[in-house]
Ligand binder design. Sequence first.
Ligand SMILES: [Zn+2]
Length: 265
Amino acid sequence: MRRREFIAAIGTAALAAIPAHRLSGASSKQHIASLSFDDGFRKSFLRIAEIYEKFSFSACFNIIASAHLPGNQVRDDYMKQELFGDFGVWNELQDRGHEIMPHGYRHAHLASLPLAEAKDLILRSLEVFAKELRGFDAKKAVFNFPYNQSSPELEEWLPSVVMAYRTKGEILNPVPGPNTVKVTTGGWGPDNAEKDVDESVEKLLAQPTGWMVYNLHGLDEEGWGPIRPSYLEKLLGRLRERDSVRILPTGRALMQAKSGRFAIG
Ligand SMILES: [Zn+2]
């Protein structure tokens, strides 16, 4: 018996040891839910982390790399300078098990810029992360486009720089595989997003398999399309009751896909 056949035989034996109902249950429904929180609101992100920690889940935070720097060029009605956190907070949240990923250098509309300038801003965001976030590795990072606005040229180039990118598209993705580099997302705003989140969750659970990547920002009054802390806690509690659902940050879902965690249907 050659090595590969031997391993295959071992695999079959291991499979035979699992009761049939466990196997059918595991393969029939598979849902991943990622709430992808953007921009870097200190107060909201600390509260979101606390809520996730009640369930031993990891939250998914995407940070504008220069937002903590004096004189930065981050400008948007929904992002007042005094609301941003800094890498002291982001390192603390990472230490507590949450995922911290880049969301641009200065939150520019990258697709509207000359390609070289857009690439430069992406690389600068990764440089800040490498300098400020402990253990950061771009090859394990998800680049989250500001405004979810990408271009075909940037999408073609990015997999040479980062593990994956998140851009505008369907909120319900297929369950990721080992080679997934493009993750699509959507959201609701500027007012409260809860009803739209609920509808996305219902659509996800109505499918046999899928990966919901819902783009959120802050809590209460902070950020575009906020939700309430009480809503987030109820939502996570509700999803935890479902055997088919895994609550994961986007990067961790992709890393688990690379290690063969998910059955691709
Ligand atoms: Zn943003």
